[in-house]
Write a protein that binds this ligand. Structure first.
Ligand code: DGY
Length: 325
């Protein structure tokens, strides 16, 4: 039986191969841009499966447009805040994601942002390229110390815990805020579970790793930023809306915190006014999982989830098992 499949973006070859092997007529949107919504709604009509990106809003309108035969939505990401999972479950549509394979790449990037921000790598690179380096100076680009300082992890799941584990070499004290205890972090690192306010007050580096949902949107706002030390830095590799970006711009401009390393933004790809001008922020374009190996594995996982869903089997990485009830 042949299936009608739409892939909303080029993804690395291993994934495309798996999709095409099972479904040679699968259509892939090949423009190197975010899929325009109008065209997307046209293309998805009548499909049995759609492989989506985190930039595609998979809402009621999307599902209505595809039609009642839709069996599977496979997201090429671990995060799935772009998908109305409740609605999908109600319609018995299985939803897949790509957990695990991007844990190290993402926590590595969080460290890269932490270092670049504290040690002012982006700012000083620009300075050097501009021909402004005229010799060693005692106070040129002074930054923050990392070794021996306190790291505060918000969200101690896979990626947050991986970030924490990598702090060993820097002999850091680790605090974490999460609804659940992370025994491994406590036993291996002596990490301490604290409330959010304590974490913000005591940390020299705050690294955000929560999922985005109604409970975490603007978890870090003006009040929370106001609790951080003037010498502290915040890093975000999770989802932009977890931080109130306008409040963050104010904190960076007024130097009530020392700096921020951001890979994600509240209104991606737009940045809130004023953020670009903040020299004490390092800004990367949502690339935390962007290593060749990781993106290849994500592509395979997303493709395998899609194919399993089309076959009526349980996708290996299923977000909504209730859809199978
Ligand atoms: C994800 O997977 O959710 C990341 O944001 C992109 O890899």
């Amino acid at each position: 039986m042949s299936h009608s499949v739409y892939v909303t973006s080029i993804i690395p070859e291993p994934g495309i191969q798996i999709v095409k092997d099972f479904c040679p007529d699968a259509e892939v949107y090949s423009e190197d841009q975010i899929h325009p919504r109008d065209l997307l709604l046209e293309k998805i009509k009548g499909r049995d499966g759609v492989l989506t990106l985190l930039t595609d809003a998979v809402d009621k309108e999307f599902m209505d447009t595809v039609g009642p035969q839709l069996k599977v939505i496979s997201n090429y990401a671990v995060g799935y805040n772009n998908i109305d999972v409740e609605e999908a479950t109600r319609r018995k549509i299985v939803v897949g994601n790509t957990p695990g394979v991007l844990t190290d790449a993402t926590s590595d990037m969080a460290w890269a942002l932490l270092f670049s921000t504290a040690r002012r790598c982006a700012e000083s690179d620009k300075f050097t390229r501009a021909g402004k380096f005229h010799g060693w100076r005692p106070t040129l680009f002074l930054g923050g110390d990392i070794t021996g300082r306190t790291l505060g992890i918000i969200g101690a799941g896979r990626i947050g815990a991986s970030m924490a584990m990598k702090s060993v070499g820097f002999r850091m004290k680790v605090l974490y805020f999460d609804l659940n205890e992370n025994k491994e972090m406590e036993e291996t690192l002596g990490a301490k579970k604290v409330d959010l306010d304590t974490l913000l007050k005591e940390s020299d580096f705050v690294s955000v790793h929560t999922i985005l949902d109604d409970t975490t949107r603007h978890l870090i706002g003006k009040r929370e930023l106001g609790m951080m030390k003037k010498s502290a830095y915040i890093v975000n590799t999770s989802r932009g809306p977890v931080i109130d970006e306008a409040a963050l711009v104010e904190a960076l401009k007024n130097k009530t915190i020392a700096g921020a390393g951001l890979d994600v933004y509240e209104d991606e790809p737009e940045l809130k006014p004023g953020l670009i001008e903040c020299e004490n922020a390092v800004l990367t374009p949502h690339i935390a999982s962007a290593t060749i190996w990781t993106r290849g594995r994500m592509a395979e996982m997303a493709a395998n989830n899609l194919v399993a869903g089309l076959k009526g089997e349980r996708p290996p990485n299923l977000v909504n098992p209730e859809a199978l009830d």
